[in-house]
Design a protein around this ligand. Structure first.
Ligand code: CU
Length: 477
């Protein structure tokens, strides 16, 4: 089969979204039909949308979905009604790189659903995929038949069909949603979203915060130069993303100095992610099981989020600056690359290069001094490919990709303003600088029979190799 099957251009996509709207309007001839099915809201921009302040139901401080949005609802006789449309989408993962994914309402991940504890919620799910689907409401207390496991608790939703889920949001907290039908394919294609249930009253374990960010960890395997994920991949993913965006495509998390900040992070990849924040300590205040007891909270700067888990962390943003915030697995802060690259550090290529350039004039050696050169290298990439290590900061190449962003703490950021304030202006004398004085020779420990260490045995000469140090250092072993 050819892979164009799943490809939908933005124009076609918008056309089809229009068709859904038109279908809803056509149904307007029957008032009953219109009342029964709220028109789906579609969002095709990958920007972080402002928080959706509730205009019906109980008030709460809404969350901000990183490079995402919250789904509007309709009140119908006291029930909050949402309409999710499962469908192929085009997701710009970073400027210059678009992926052909599956998602909900125009995006992968789908929109965040926000409700209040005690709300009765009705979700219409329309399947515009070429195969069956269902929606599982990960972590919720609900009637078994609303749990969304196709075959087990309901019939799968056939292409073109709409199913209705209805339950009371019984427990405040952070939840996820994703298909429970052909999950391997549908989650590899990007079908997932967040669900927030705000507490209905002041809760002893849920603090009020000034900013509340949510995002999902997800991963794709997209061959450089192509656009559709390989769905059979189990471990060797090459794009590590937050809400289906990769650095530098992930927006900064902008806060005002002194803000109490909550981050809710869910993991729907197939490996764990130690998420690390610079410059501040945080507490893990919640899991998918609910708020953590106060006695279990201790300060951390990294929290490991296992597969299928959510971690909610909170910190006081009291240090101004541009603070790196990333997964601590270094391969997860890089974008698509060939994996079979040998380590070249310290290998002397001079003779090889001389010989090869006689045959291939453009031959180039990579990685001889480490891989940082990749960040500044103008290498021809296939069309629609994200650079492997990229992003530029005020001091040059950042050399990152994947699961990386910046928490920007500013004293003059207005309350509720999420606009990017630009790079931090460091006060004079607070940036690491180059030493310009004389350099003393380092005093080296003399291992060969001097001092308190026993003499080292000479290694057999057969395993000695000759390496050349990059900065013209001496030859040695
Ligand atoms: Cu990771």
């Amino acid at each position: 089969m050819h892979k164009d099957h799943f490809m939908v251009s933005r124009r076609n996509f918008l056309g089809r979204a229009g068709a859904i709207t038109a279908a809803a309007s056509a149904a307007a001839v029957s008032k009953v039909a219109l009342a029964a099915l709220p028109e789906p809201v579609i969002q095709t921009r990958p920007d972080t949308m402002p928080p959706l302040v509730p205009n019906t139901g109980q008030p709460y401080r809404p969350v901000v979905t990183l490079n995402g949005w919250t789904l509007p609802w309709r009140m119908n006789s006291g029930v909050k009604e949402f309409h999710l449309v499962a469908e192929p989408v085009v997701r710009e993962m970073t400027p210059g790189f678009k992926a052909h994914l599956w998602g909900y309402n125009g995006q992968s991940p789908g929109p965040t659903i926000e409700v209040v504890e005690g709300d009765r919620v009705r979700i219409f799910v329309t399947n515009r995929l070429p195969e069956v689907t269902s929606v599982h409401w990960h972590g919720q207390r609900l009637p078994n038949g609303m749990d969304g496991v196709s075959g087990l608790t309901q019939k799968a939703i056939a292409p073109g069909k709409t199913f209705v889920y209805e339950f009371v949001a019984r427990r405040p907290g952070t939840f996820m949603y994703h298909p429970h039908a052909d999950e391997m394919v549908q989650m590899a294609m990007g079908m997932m979203g967040f669900w927030i249930t705000h507490p209905k009253a002041k809760h002893p374990l849920i603090d009020e915060v000034d900013r509340d960010f949510v995002f999902l960890l997800n991963a794709y395997d997209i061959e450089p130069g192509s656009a559709t994920p390989k769905i059979m991949t189990m471990l060797d993913f090459n794009l590590w993303s937050w809400n289906s965006r990769i650095f530098p495509g992930i927006d900064p998390l902008v806060v005002r100095r002194g803000d109490k900040v909550r981050l809710r992070i869910g993991n729907l990849t197939m490996t764990n992610h130690p998420i690390h924040l610079h410059g501040h300590e945080f507490l893990v205040t919640g899991t998918d099981g609910g708020p953590t007891p106060k006695s279990t909270r201790w300060p951390e700067v990294t929290t490991d989020i296992a597969v299928g888990q959510m971690r909610q962390v909170e910190f006081l943003a009291d240090e101004e600056g541009d603070w790196a915030f990333h997964c601590h697995k270094s391969h997860h802060t890089m974008n698509a690359m060939g994996h079979n690259v040998p380590t070249m550090i310290g290998v002397d290529h001079r003779d090889v290069v001389r010989q090869v350039t006689q045959l291939v004039p453009d031959y180039m050696v990579m990685g001889e001094r480490g891989m940082h050169d990749m960040t500044e290298m103008e290498m021809p990439l296939p069309d629609n490919t994200a650079a492997m290590m990229t992003g530029t900061g005020p001091f040059g190449a950042v050399g990152m990709g994947g699961m990386f962003s910046v928490v920007k703490v500013r004293k003059d950021q207005k309350p509720g303003d999420y606009a990017d304030p630009g790079w931090f202006k460091h006060p004079p004398g607070t940036v690491a600088y180059e030493w310009s004085g004389a350099l003393a020779e380092p005093a080296r420990f003399k291992a060969e029979g001097v001092g308190s260490m026993p003499p080292l045995a000479k290694p057999p000469s057969g395993i000695e190799v000759t390496v050349r140090k990059p900065a013209g250092g001496h030859n040695g072993h």
